[in-house]
Design a protein around this ligand. Structure first.
Ligand code: GLC
Length: 650
């Protein structure tokens, strides 16, 4: 419904920001006209009853207009190109890597010299782990931000970041950074002002004069880091008050029931957008709204906030996609793509965390049934949204799939999880994996898993034993895990080091700021001498790098890999083989993955389930043609092997 008063208000704020009505700003005004009433509605849902509501709504509109006015023309042009392309992030041409700039090459300027490395590998999206200032020492790997606008001087400066962004843009690469929305460091100016008694900034956090409300909250709030940071509140001696700290005691949760917090953080979001960020990783969105008597996770208001942010971003900087880092159970992850009227209108991207964990499940058991049980949920992802697919990232692997999925495959959920934990920590007979338990909760025996891709696949054990056959198996497993996630549809996201098989790094144990957090074992610092081994034939590094590079090249060539909601799981006929069909634009790709340590036999029935009867299939991985039919019914996939088969005219 047309709202004259709102329209007029938008005009006024645009005029204050100096935005003239002309051909260039036409699309901005169209976007605002389309989204304005929804922005107001969502804002009112959260804040209408607050005394500061109308003043803060005006501040929000001003923030959007100023962001657009300050957006560099080159980014506005890029916005328009992306708008025309439509859902640019669904393309099979995008592949990413997450990296800590300091651990990768020391700083932002040196990273400019490494762009060729990514090009060689086939990576064109860089997720730079937190770049903005965080205190030295305990900073949760930069996720305790003390200044959202200042690049951490250990990494470089804001102008270095701009240089990097421009160089990446010239190479058609995409930039992804984090906005840590849920909390600030206790060293952030807002936290310091609050600690010094400034009431305005005390309202930016959840501060309580005694334990009464904290105790009440804690009856229903789970702990995120039960070992390293038990409890959800921290005592502030200067104030003799308690502040909510869901993650570590030095990460103060921001209070989004205060609209000023939203506007201030939206302004930071626009600051990143105007630096040329293509994908904004919204850290821990599941936690951004708290309410007594709940788990304080995945609350409806958290979704309202994300939708509001999405609509504001669409108006001012539509080229920036939002990635919700919601590492929660599958039904809840799906909700971050939006529901009801907001289906496909919340986060553009989400981590495929359930599937990631299920890949590890399949690798340990050689049984694909638990993974398949989750697919009815994961396939509900709306068209126009996509996954970040990954095998490892900087965080732990949470076994966040539901018990009914495990029970459905005939396992006892408690025993099954115990097996997985034992398997990946090398405590199961014959397990070659070398990982560690993370976040062990003594009360419910919950635990997650740390370790690099290579170590969890057995490479560390094999290399230490100088066991050639076991090394080959580990390499095969690494490539199997990557291949399975690369072709699913969505953006594959490698973690730096995994492209050449870095094993666990145990040096974190001697650094007191890290030793309590074993996630550092899978965040290795690059050793560029080791990296040179990618050029030495038949080394593990060369085989893994070359395999990863080739897989990325194959996916770029195949339009059916773009995420057009065109994934069909194939009836397995063999519980060790995960198979999916990707079909689009006349192309049919049958991707088959054997998660067993034994060869798997399949019959051509696997191809026939969807009305197709291909008899000639080209395997892009092995560069071989598979002939199949009445007279050749069966074929074999080697242990931990896989096939990327494209149906060909007979
Ligand atoms: C996200 C990050 C994780 C961090 C947490 C708190 O989950 O990925 O590394 O510890 O948020 O910011």
């Amino acid at each position: 419904m047309y709202n004259y008063a709102l329209d007029k208000q938008i005009e006024e704020h645009a005029a204050i920001a100096g935005i003239a009505h002309n051909e260039k700003s036409r699309r901005f005004f169209s976007r605002f006209a389309a989204n304005g009433a929804h922005i107001k509605d969502l804002f009112n849902t959260l804040y209408a009853s607050q005394p500061a509501a109308s003043e803060q709504f005006a501040a929000l509109l001003q923030c959007i207009c100023t962001a657009y006015a300050q957006r560099p023309p080159v980014l506005k042009t890029k916005d328009h190109q992306k708008e025309k392309q439509g859902h640019w992030y669904l393309s099979q041409n995008i592949a990413g890597m997450s990296l800590y700039v300091d651990r990768f090459c020391g700083g932002i300027l040196p990273l400019c010299q490494k762009l060729d490395y990514f090009e060689k590998l086939g990576v064109n999206l860089l997720h730079l782990m937190p770049l903005f200032e965080s205190p030295p020492g305990e900073s949760d790997g930069g996720y305790a931000v003390s200044n959202f606008r200042k690049v951490d001087e250990r990494l470089g400066t804001l102008s270095h970041l701009q240089v990097l962004q421009q160089q990446m843009q010239k190479k058609d690469m995409y930039l992804m950074v984090d906005i840590v929305l849920n909390h600030t460091s206790n060293h952030h100016e807002w936290a310091q002002k609050a600690r010094n008694g400034d009431a305005e900034y005390q309202d930016f956090f959840y501060l309580y004069p005694n334990r009464q409300l904290p105790d009440a909250f804690e009856t229903t709030m789970p702990e995120v880091f039960p070992e390293a940071a038990p409890g959800n509140f921290t005592h502030i001696p200067e104030l003799d008050q308690w502040v909510m700290t869901v993650f570590h005691d030095y990460q103060w949760d921001l209070n989004y029931t205060n609209p000023r917090v939203l506007v201030a953080m939206l302004d930071n979001i626009f600051f990143y957008a105007n630096l040329g960020v293509d994908v904004l990783r919204i850290d821990a969105p599941a936690f951004i709204w708290k309410a007594l008597g709940t788990t304080c996770q995945n609350l409806p208001e958290a979704h309202t906030l994300l939708r509001l942010i999405r609509l504001c971003v669409e108006v001012a900087c539509p080229g920036m996609a939002l990635l919700g880092e919601a590492i929660v159970d599958a039904p809840n992850i799906m909700r971050y793509f939006g529901t009801d009227n907001y289906t496909a209108a919340e986060c553009h991207l989400a981590y495929n965390a359930t599937h990631m964990a299920l890949q590890w499940d399949m690798l340990a058991t050689g049984d694909t049934r638990v993974m398949l049980a989750a697919q009815s949920i994961l396939l509900q992802k709306p068209l126009g949204c996509t996954w970040i697919n990954y095998t490892r990232c900087h965080d732990d692997i949470g076994l966040g799939y539901n018990d009914d999925m495990i029970a459905g495959a005939g396992y006892d959920p408690w025993e099954h999880r115990r097996f997985i934990k034992n398997y990946y920590t090398g405590n199961y007979p014959d397990s070659p994996a070398r990982g560690a338990l993370f976040g062990v909760n003594e009360q419910n025996s919950d635990a997650r898993i740390s370790g690099t891709l290579a170590s969890l696949c057995g490479l560390e054990t094999a290399l230490q034993a100088s066991n050639v056959a076991a090394t080959e198996t580990a390499i095969q497993k690494i490539l199997l895990m990557q291949a399975h996630s690369f072709f699913l549809g969505g953006i594959p996201m490698l973690f730096s080091g995994d492209e050449l098989g870095y094993t666990n790094d145990y040096t974190y144990l001697s650094d007191p700021a890290k030793s309590y957090d074993n996630r550092w074992m899978h965040r290795p610092a690059m050793d560029w001498d080791k990296n040179k081994r990618i050029n030495i034939k038949a080394t593990a590094e060369q085989k893994i790098f070359e395999g990863t590079q080739r897989l990325l090249a194959i996916r770029r060539q195949l339009p059916a890999v773009a995420d057009l909601k065109n994934l069909i799981w194939l009836p397995p006929h063999n519980i060790s083989v995960a198979g999916y069909l990707r079909a689009a634009e006349g192309q049919q790709l049958y991707c088959l993955f054997n998660f067993s340590q034994k060869p798997a036999w399949l019959s051509w029935y696997i191809f026939k389930a969807h009305g197709n009867v291909p008899t000639r299939l080209f395997d892009h991985w092995r560069q071989l043609t598979l002939q199949i039919g009445d007279d050749r019914e069966n074929f074999e996939i080697e242990p931990y092997g896989f096939m990327i088969l494209e149906a060909q005219a007979s």
